[in-house]
Design a protein around this ligand. Structure first.
Ligand code: GLN
Length: 239
């Protein structure tokens, strides 16, 4: 078995160490004897989306990088088709905003990749801090750290990734956090997300393996340290 991971815009969406999510996915696959091929596809590089099983976009300031937005406009049709076809995609914070339809700042509206029916408005204040949310699919609690001035609102076509128990999530108003559409996952959680949330990580990996091979049983790993970190934050935030 092998998964091919595309780290999209590794060159310009690299603000918060969220590339650790890619390291985490690679390790958890390798530890189970599953091969991984990883490639970075950045601005100006051509993308053949069907060559990959899983895409990752980390945090950055997409909407203040005109070169990136021009490039994203070139890649959006290919990525939208991949998402519709069930490709697994994970976007974090600025990467999440970029997966959406639009981003509004000072009255100006910028087009995103349009994979998710969400729009984001830039506000004057930032939503910052450790936070936690509950997820239904997979059924788990997720802990993370948020830091964003974007307020994201979900459209009809998407559901939230989870519901905040502590912290702000998408917009600080409706308790939604992140977004989920088909096999596209998006979240504001840094920290990084997958390292201390192994249940979510394995769900994402399993989704990609099942799509590719029809079936996938992930061997259990010794997650004592990951779960200790997870529980420590869960206890701190949810009591
Ligand atoms: N511009 C985005 C925001 O703050 C994402 C980047 C960031 O600094 N977190 O909402």
């Amino acid at each position: 078995m092998e998964l091919k991971i595309c780290h999209l815009y590794r060159d310009v969406m690299n603000l918060s160490g969220d590339r650790g999510n890619v390291t985490c996915m690679v390790k958890r696959l390798n530890w189970r004897g599953i091969d991984v091929f990883t490639a970075g596809v950045g601005v100006g590089q051509s993308l053949s989306a069907s060559a990959f099983d899983l895409f990752f976009i980390g945090n950055g300031q997409p909407f203040t990088q005109p070169l990136l937005l021009e490039d994203a406009a070139q890649k959006s049709a290919e990525l939208r088709a991949a998402a519709e076809d069930g490709a697994v995609i994970l976007g974090i914070c600025g990467g999440y905003q970029l997966l959406g339809r639009t981003y509004e700042e000072n009255g100006e509206i910028f087009e995103g990749l349009g994979l998710l029916d969400v729009h984001t408005k830039c506000a004057a204040t930032r939503l910052v801090g450790d936070y936690a949310f509950t997820c239904e699919d997979p059924e788990t609690t997720v802990v993370g750290f948020e830091n964003h001035n974007g307020r994201t609102y979900l459209g009809e076509g998407v559901r939230p990734l989870g519901k905040t128990v502590q912290g702000h999530g998408n917009n600080g108003e409706d308790r939604t956090e992140g977004a989920r559409y088909k096999n596209v996952f998006a979240s504001y959680a840094h920290g990084c997300l997958l390292g201390k949330n192994p249940v979510l990580c394995d769900h994402i990996l399993q989704t990609a393996l099942i799509r590719k091979y029809g079936t996938a049983e992930l061997l259990p790993l010794d997650d004592a340290q990951e779960l200790a970190a997870h529980r420590y934050m869960e206890n701190r935030l949810m009591k």
